[in-house]
Design a protein around this ligand. Structure first.
Ligand SMILES: Nc1ncnc2c1ncn2[C@@H]1O[C@H](COP(=O)(O)OP(=O)(O)OP(=O)(O)O)[C@@H](O)[C@H]1O
Length: 290
């Protein structure tokens, strides 16, 4: 019982946006889909939600609970994608969009929608076009959380939202999940804010999945060894090092796994944040200023 993707590729002309992606999304799990600009996050989510057609490749298989997903309306209706693209008529009132959603998906969580509109202070009598950028996002978030979908994809869901509303949104994701567990796949560039929300981080880089890690595992095993460059380098020489930052003779070396004891007295060890992990995995040489 899961959403399985095997050998999925997508090219736009000569741009290979997704390269032979294989990935499984388990039911009732909250994922972070992390990648730099242009990494392929939106393309992946759009393909899974039937908005973009993947390359024609006989090896490609996308199944939901072992049934083919693409071009299968019954299975596709179990997925929902919230993205920047506006699918709703701009002159429609928010409340009417909620009703449309209910008709289309066969159900809508009106209680949660009411709580969310109250907390966000959203006037549902307003037309979509008259809302500010942040409030348009809030309206779309409410729709995404109140549909009966089993797999909800949120592509940059906090675009234009202020810090207080983002915090409220993260609490509502948890509330929606606790009320009715389902899979959320959240793509965002504000990584540290979702670190406590997600269970698994998937990192995509240049169209390829380069890492999938449980947040608990990262918290247990991800360490930053800091101190004089030479000593830190010697101490971490045989460890699983994913990257390093050097500044004026000092080093921060990023490792995954157990550290040999004792740690030399001139080195310090701290936990690796999800943001650290992501940056180390996706930094290119060209990102560094000469
Ligand atoms: N319709 C399209 N036509 C041509 N190229 C496209 C199209 N859609 C996406 N691409 C290209 O595919 C690559 C992946 O884009 P995608 O939008 O999936 O990235 P992303 O990870 O969502 O990026 P961002 O974080 O900047 O939104 C990019 O090189 C992009 O230019």
């Amino acid at each position: 019982m899961s959403l399985k993707i095997k050998h999925l590729s997508k090219s736009f002309g000569t741009t290979e946006s997704l390269k032979n992606v294989s990935l499984t999304f388990e039911p009732q799990t909250i994922y972070g889909l992390l990648g730099r600009n242009g990494a392929g996050k939106s393309t992946l989510m759009s393909i899974l939600n039937n908005r973009i057609i993947p390359n024609d490749n006989s090896e490609t298989k996308v199944t939901l609970d072992d049934e083919p997903l693409l071009e299968n309306d019954k299975q596709l209706s179990r997925l929902f994608l919230m993205s920047e693209v506006n699918l709703y008529p701009n002159n429609m009132r928010v409340k009417t969009i909620f009703k449309w959603t209910e008709r289309f998906f066969g159900d809508f969580d009106w209680d949660l929608a009411q709580r969310m509109t109250d907390h966000f202070n959203l006037n549902t009598k307003k037309r979509l076009q008259s809302l500010s950028t942040g409030y348009r996002t809030i309206a779309k978030i409410i729709i995404a959380l109140c549909t009966p979908s089993d797999y909800v994809f949120l592509d940059e869901p906090v675009l234009g939202m202020d810090a207080a509303n983002r915090k409220l949104f993260y609490s509502f994701i948890i509330e929606a999940y606790e009320k009715r567990p389902r899979t959320f796949v959240i793509s965002t560039h504000i990584i540290d804010e979702i670190a406590s929300l997600i269970e698994t981080a998937i990192v995509i880089n240049n169209g390829e999945i380069i890492s999938q890690i449980d947040i608990d595992e990262l918290q247990m095993k991800g360490k930053v060894v800091s101190g004089p460059q030479e000593d830190a380098t010697i101490y971490t020489a045989n460890l699983n090092v994913i990257g390093a930052d050097y500044l004026g003779g000092s080093a921060d070396i990023y490792t995954i796994g157990d550290l040999p004891k004792p740690v030399p007295a001139n080195l310090t060890v701290s936990g690796m944040t999800l943001q650290n992990y992501f940056v180390q995995l996706t930094t290119r040489d060209t990102d560094k200023l000469n």
